[in-house]
Design a protein around this ligand. Structure first.
Ligand code: FAD
Ligand code: NAI
Length: 469
């Protein structure tokens, strides 16, 4: 039981909300965290980062065993996979981690309240439980961390049977013969990788004339080539106008993005992965007078406070990349701001990773952004084919590219395509966070033989003095 007075009420228990709740409790505040779903952890733990990475891991192990091990002299007769066991692994990881947050709440004296939270009078939050019972909490501060949900397209209804969002695509009972994916972004390409590795024919339909918009153009072009080599088919500059569910699957109608003759495509399943929208249903934003932008995101100032004093918002429901680590960092910052500290997030140093094979990872600015901003930069790059460890691993695809300010040599962007890029990007994030120069990165000793030596070599190449090319 709890009394109804809190210092902070957090609405939503995703990586933004649960981290904010724990940090606020660490700082001595009395905190409640409201969650409408039966498990904690939000999109990330339940239907996002964690289950997708579990399936990417197991499907990559299968692909690696079938494609690479024989070349390394490891012989496996009759290699096969069991989808139920793969899904079981995914479900157990999710279940263990979501229960882990309950445990963290108990350790930190955060009070978990099950129910849907909504704003009302200043300093009040109403929680409605599954049975419709309402409880009013009073609080000094409110943190909205209600996250996001999949977006769809006009004329396309997601039924999670034939027409899937990422949630349905994470729980298919069998491998589709043909999976059509609408959207060549993070979700589209990760889920296409999972099901493609397990044997599905993949067709990715993208509205724009390139994949992963927003990422560095050279990286995206190289990645597009790799995916085509993995037999993924792409229809760029194409828009889907209709999806008709039939007895045996789905028939998509599509046409050139700038207009033209329509054509159809039959698939067993369709994944709609055209972005996510901020989730603010039933939150009472209008009643409380909390302002949103044209995209439905809650507007916040530099201190993550909305236009209503004492009401803050973080994570996917506000501006910025929809990434778990961005939400977490904002969770920490907002708790510190509420307790009078100088919490802040360095938005220039938030990495992005696509966990395909090879992986893509980046931090900072792309070449296109620097060119558009008129910033003079020098570029250094190094291919994994020239890295000893990458050769030993048969992971020679890809490269590291470092962009540094021509005058100051300060690192402005790092872009990696290659095995383990998601782990490798860590040192680049630290370099940008600390304002390091390419020379400082180049001068730093990197263990041999590791993939990370490719970063050192790319940093040397900014000054045209790479050793191993
Ligand atoms: P969420 O995680 O969406 O949590 C919001 C929570 O609030 C939910 O639990 C919801 O039920 C609850 N809620 C909403 N309204 C109310 C209410 N009124 N009352 C009570 N509770 C409420 N990001 C990465 O960084 N790395 C990845 O590898 C990655 N992979 C992803 C894979 C997929 C398939 C998807 C869909 C997303 C992925 N993301 C990834 C994005 C990541 O999941 C989100 O950026 C992150 O979860 C956002 O955190 P959040 O706390 O803002 O919101
Ligand atoms: P996304 O924004 O990454 O990609 C959407 C793609 O759909 C874009 O290429 C866009 O041009 C395309 N598109 C939009 N409308 C279209 C249309 N009508 N027809 C065809 N294509 C269209 O969005 P996605 O993949 O849905 O993921 C949502 C967010 O979730 C990501 O932006 C990311 O923030 C997060 N995420 C992060 C992951 C990670 O960190 N590894 C993994 C999965 C999701």
């Amino acid at each position: 039981m709890f009394d109804n007075k809190f210092d902070v009420v957090v609405i939503g228990s995703g990586p933004g909300g649960y981290v904010a709740a724990i940090r606020a409790a660490q700082l001595g505040l009395k905190v409640a965290c409201l969650e409408k779903d039966t498990t904690l952890g939000g999109t990330c733990l339940n239907v996002g980062c964690i289950p997708s990475k579990a399936l990417l891991q197991v499907s990559e192990e299968y692909a690696h065993a079938s494609k690479v091990l024989k070349r390394h002299g490891v012989m496996i007769d009759g290699l096969s996979f069991d989808l139920d066991t793969m899904m079981g692994h995914k479900n157990k990881v999710v279940s263990d981690l979501t229960k882990g947050i309950d445990h963290l709440f108990k350790n930190n004296d955060v009070i978990r309240i099950e129910g849907t939270g909504s704003l009302g009078k200043p300093g009040e939050v109403t929680v409605r439980d599954a049975g419709g019972l309402e409880t009013v909490l009073s609080t000094n501060a409110i943190i909205i961390a209600t996250g996001s949900v999949p977006a769809s397209l006009p004329g396309i209804e997601i039924d999670e049977k034939r027409v899937l969002s990422s949630t349905g695509a994470l729980s298919l009972n069998n491998v589709p013969n043909h999976l059509a994916v609408i959207g060549a972004g993070y979700i589209g390409l990760e889920m296409a990788s999972v099901w493609g590795r397990l044997g599905a024919k993949i067709t990715v339909i993208e509205f724009l004339d390139r994949i992963i918009p927003g990422m560095d153009g050279e990286l995206a072009a190289g990645f597009h080539k790799m995916l085509r080599r993995q037999k993924m088919k792409f229809r760029l500059s194409t828009k889907v106008t209709n999806a008709e569910v039939t007895d045996s699957g789905v028939t998509l109608t599509m046409e050139p993005a700038d207009g033209g003759e329509p054509e159809t495509l039959d698939a067993d399943n369709v994944l709609v992965a055209v972005g996510r929208r901020p989730y603010t249903n039933d939150l009472g934003l209008e009643v409380a007078g909390v302002a949103q932008d044209n995209a439905g995101r809650i507007k916040v100032d530099d201190g993550l406070q909305t236009n209503v004093p004492g009401v803050y918002a973080i994570g996917d429901v506000i501006r910025g990349p929809m990434l778990a680590h961005k939400a977490e960092d904002e969770g920490i910052a907002v708790a510190e701001i509420i307790t009078g500290q100088k919490g802040c997030v360095n938005y220039d140093a938030i990495p992005g990773v696509i966990y395909t094979h090879p992986e893509l990872a980046y931090v900072g600015q792309t070449e296109e952004q620097l060119q558009n901003a008129g910033i003079a930069y020098s570029s250094g790059s190094f291919p994994f084919v020239a890295n000893g460890r990458a050769r030993a691993m048969s992971e020679t695809d890809g490269f590291v590219k470092i962009l540094a300010d021509t005058e100051s040599d300060r690192i402005l962007g790092v872009h990696i395509m290659g095995a383990d890029a998601g782990h490798l990007i860590g040192e680049a994030v630290l370099a940008i966070e600390l304002g390091a120069s390419a020379k400082e990165l180049a001068r730093t000793c990197h263990a041999h033989p590791t993939l990370s030596e490719a970063i050192k070599e790319a940093a040397l190449d900014v000054d045209e003095r790479a050793i191993h090319v």
